[in-house]
Design a protein. Structure first.
Length: 83
């Protein structure tokens, strides 16, 4: 079962990375909602805690990478937001 988890982790994490890259390159954060990003970040932190509790390597791996990615989007949204 864990192999299915790793495949899912790879696909969902990989799907998120182009948005991070595009935002970093263009510095355009107009399409990003800060409340949504904060809710998403909080949810991923909770998924990580859950993954640690059930000792699921795939959940731990995926959520660690996604926490970093979503944190970067929150950072970019704050840094590049029009004043």
């Amino acid at each position: 079962m864990e192999i299915i988890g790793f495949i899912a982790a790879f696909l969902t994490t990989a799907a998120f990375l182009p948005q991070v890259y595009k935002t970093w390159k263009t510095k355009d954060v107009s399409g990003l909602s800060l409340p949504m990003l904060l809710l998403f970040f909080t949810g991923i932190v909770l998924w990580l805690i859950y993954g640690i509790q059930i000792k699921s390597p795939s959940m731990i791996f995926a959520n660690c990478v996604t926490i970093l990615s979503s944190f970067l989007l929150v950072y970019f949204k704050i840094k590049y937001a029009k004043k």
